[in-house]
Design a protein around this ligand. Structure first.
Ligand code: RFL
Ligand code: PHB
Length: 392
């Protein structure tokens, strides 16, 4: 089996890359360990930056997103029950965000890829990358019938998320450096059948801990609250979840609209970057190379930004033979990655309850709120980072 670009992973990074390459006449094959059904049912991100929306639209994957996504012109910071609005549209010169679930993005991309002749091998697990520093790299994988196969290619795109196999093909220490931060808290996320409680997202700071009110549709709401990352979902019956969310978002007469909770999960919060994002003919993109805590809503958007840079490099190579843009991939992508890391860390540190040094942290967090609410320059910085930098 042979293709031009072997892509490991059918997440946002792998699927977007495959389609962008297709539009430039470059062949790719995607190896994905999970089933299509599992991918399309996994609940994750919800916020698309302006440039992700523009990219989806440009490649012909934006039709349903335009119809069913929700455009938000601002979001709310809520401290001690008082609401402070960040007017994204105004501060970020017309740039806004769209709330549209990641699994809906994936459904649209998979359908588009298959409709246009794309090759996606579901339930096929990459087990090893070979000869990545030669000009004939290969991906070993196991099919769903347990057959061992090899995919020969010109380039490998490692889009296999934070638990994939690609990153390990960059020798740790001599070439690869990993940068980590683990937070002492996680997020408890729910989906509830209920009407929206707010027109915009609410990021709530509270002495009991952070809470986030988001949405999915007129009758499904997405909410999160800060928890112990080692807590168990079973410790949280619906009544306890609603009591916690109500307490953390209360104030100025606000009350969440409750309903049956049909999905619960706990995620740890981490910051992670691997440098460089390229080794020989292997290019990492998305969560395979970096993770951000979800507070800044950047993960999926960074995956899209990475593959935008990578697709341009690959198309320059196939059009002219030049490796100049490809050689710059890691440097170009990492610049945005570290900006997003900083913003996600900052949002996290402003909004969460810290176990140690709570009194100091609380004063510091109030000073940050004061800055953002009294300085237009500071609010503009928040808005520009939240809606995302234009693609480079
Ligand atoms: P993905 O989506 O993890 O896809 C990787 C794919 O690779 C497959 N895979 C393999 N395939 C073959 N062989 C192997 N050996 C393989 N190993 C793995 C996996 O099955 C999978 O299908 O990575 P990608 O494409 O880089 O996309 C990254 C995003 O999924 C991620 O950053 C976001 O979900 C993060 N995130 C958010 N990002 C945002 O931009 N906005 C948000 O609002 C937002 N909210 C969130 C989030 C992530 C969350 N969780 C659950 C971590 C909210 C949450 C709760
Ligand atoms: C979501 O709707 O899932 C969501 C929204 C904003 C975030 C993270 C997740 O910062």
């Amino acid at each position: 089996m042979r293709t031009q670009v072997a892509i490991i992973g059918a997440g946002p990074a792998g699927l977007l890359l495959s389609h962008m390459l297709h539009l430039r006449g470059i062949d790719s094959v995607i190896i994905e360990s999970r089933s299509r059904e599992a991918i399309e049912a996994t609940i994750r991100a919800g916020v698309l930056e302006q440039s992700t929306v523009d990219l989806m639209t440009e490649i012909g994957a934006g039709e349903r997103m335009k119809r069913e996504g929700f455009v938000h012109h601002g979001f709310e910071l809520r401290f001690a029950g008082r609401s402070h609005r960040i007017n994204l549209h105004d501060l970020a010169k017309g740039r806004v965000i769209t709330v549209y679930a990641q699994h809906e993005v994936l459904k649209d991309l998979i359908a588009l890829r298959l409709r246009t002749g794309g090759q996606i091998h579901f339930e096929a697990k990459a087990t090893g990358l070979e000869d990545v520093t030669s000009d004939q790299p290969r991906v070993r994988f196991t099919t769903k019938d347990d057959e061992d196969k090899e995919l020969a290619c010109d380039f490998i795109a490692g889009c296999d998320g934070s638990h994939g196999v690609s990153r390990a093909a960059i020798p740790e220490g001599s070439v690869r450096q990993d940068y980590f931060r683990v937070y002492p808290f996680g997020w408890f996320g729910i989906l509830a059948k209920a009407p929206p409680s707010s027109d915009e997202l609410i990021y709530a700071h509270h002495e009991r801990g952070f809470a986030l009110v988001s949405t999915r549709s007129p009758d499904v709401q997405r909410m999160y609250f800060q928890c112990d990352p080692n807590d168990a979902v079973d410790n949280w019956p619906d009544e306890r979840i609603w009591a916690e969310l109500q307490a953390r978002t209360a104030g100025e007469g606000f009350r969440l609209k409750e309903g049956p909770i049909f999905q619960k999960g706990i995620i740890p919060l981490r910051s992670f970057v691997c440098e460089p994002m390229q080794h020989g003919r292997l290019f990492l993109a998305g969560d395979a190379a970096h993770t951000v805590p979800p507070t800044g809503a950047k993960g999926l958007n960074l995956a899209a930004a990475d593959v935008h840079v990578l697709a341009r490099g690959l198309s320059a190579y196939y059009a002219t033979g030049s490796t100049e843009l490809l050689g710059d991939y890691s440097r170009t992508a990492l610049r945005r990655v570290w900006r997003a890391q900083h913003f996600s860390w900052w949002m996290t540190s402003m909004l969460h309850r810290f176990h140690e040094g709570t009194a100091f942290d609380l004063k510091r967090q109030l000073a940050e709120l004061d800055l953002v609410t009294s300085s237009r320059a500071a609010a503009t910085t928040v808005a520009e980072n939240y809606v995302g930098l234009p693609l480079t």
